[in-house]
Design a protein around this ligand. Structure first.
Ligand code: IMP
Ligand code: MG
Length: 176
C-alpha cells in the first residue's frame, strides 16, 4: 500500500500488463494505418507515458504532437473542459490518433471531437490506455482501448491525484 496526500492506494495493474496493453494498441494502429503516416496527439498531462511507450512500440513512420486540456479537480471529473495549449500544426488531410491516458465520463473526448471538427483531418481515431466502461456515457466511438477498469479512482503511469503519483511505473487504486 502507498500514501498520496491524505489517501491510501493499493497495487492494481502491473507495469508488464500495461506494457502488453500498449504493444497491442500500437500493433492495431499500425495495421489500420498501414499506408499512412499518422499524427499521434497526446493529451497532457496524463498521457505522456502512454504516448512515449506507444511510440516506441510503433515500428512505422509516425509523428507526435501534444495538446493540454484539463477537466479534473482532485478526485472528480467536471463538465468544464478547458483547452490550455492548442495545436500549432496544420492537420488538414492527416490521420490523427488521439492518445488518452484514461477515459472516464468522456467529457474530454467530446471537447476534443468539437475541436477537431474545425480541422479538416482525414481520419480521427481515439486510443486510450484505460477506460472506465461504466462511467463512459458518450456516443463518441473509442477505437483502441488498452484495459477496461471499474469506476474507481486510480493513480500512476502518468495519472495523478492532485499532482502526485504520475511517476509511478504501475497503477494503484484508491483504497476505500
Ligand atoms: P473525462 O473527461 O471524465 O473522461 O476524464 C478524463 C480525464 O480525467 C483523464 O484524461 C484524466 O486526466 C482524468 N481522470 C479520469 N479518471 C481518472 C482517475 O481515475 N485518476 C486520475 N485521473 C483521472
Ligand atoms: Mg487526461
Amino acid at each position: 500500500m502507498i500514501h498520496i496526500h491524505d489517501k491510501k492506494f493499493t497495487p492494481f495493474i502491473s507495469a508488464s500488463e500495461i506494457e502488453f496493453a500498449i504493444a497491442k494498441m500500437a500493433h492495431l494502429i499500425a495495421v489500420d494505418f498501414a499506408d499512412e503516416v499518422p499524427v499521434f496527439i497526446g493529451i497532457l498531462n496524463g498521457s505522456f507515458m502512454v504516448v512515449s511507450d506507444l511510440m516506441k512500440q510503433y515500428k512505422k513512420p509516425c509523428e507526435v504532437s501534444f495538446i493540454k486540456l484539463a477537466s479534473y479537480n482532485g478526485l472528480t471529473s467536471s463538465t468544464n473542459v478547458q483547452e490550455l495549449i492548442g495545436i500549432n500544426q496544420d492537420l488538414s488531410g492527416r490521420s490523427v490518433v488521439i492518445i488518452e491516458d484514461i477515459v472516464d465520463t468522456g467529457h474530454t473526448l467530446l471537447a476534443l471531437k468539437e475541436l477537431f471538427k474545425k480541422q479538416n483531418v482525414k481520419h480521427f481515431k481515439i486510443a486510450t490506455l484505460f477506460l472506465k466502461s461504466e462511467a463512459y456515457k458518450q456516443d463518441v466511438k473509442i477505437d483502441y482501448v488498452g484495459i477496461r477498469i471499474p469506476n474507481k479512482f486510480i493513480v500512476g503511469f502518468g495519472l495523478d491525484y492532485d499532482g502526485l503519483g504520475r511517476n509511478l511505473p504501475e497503477v494503484y487504486q484508491l483504497k476505500e
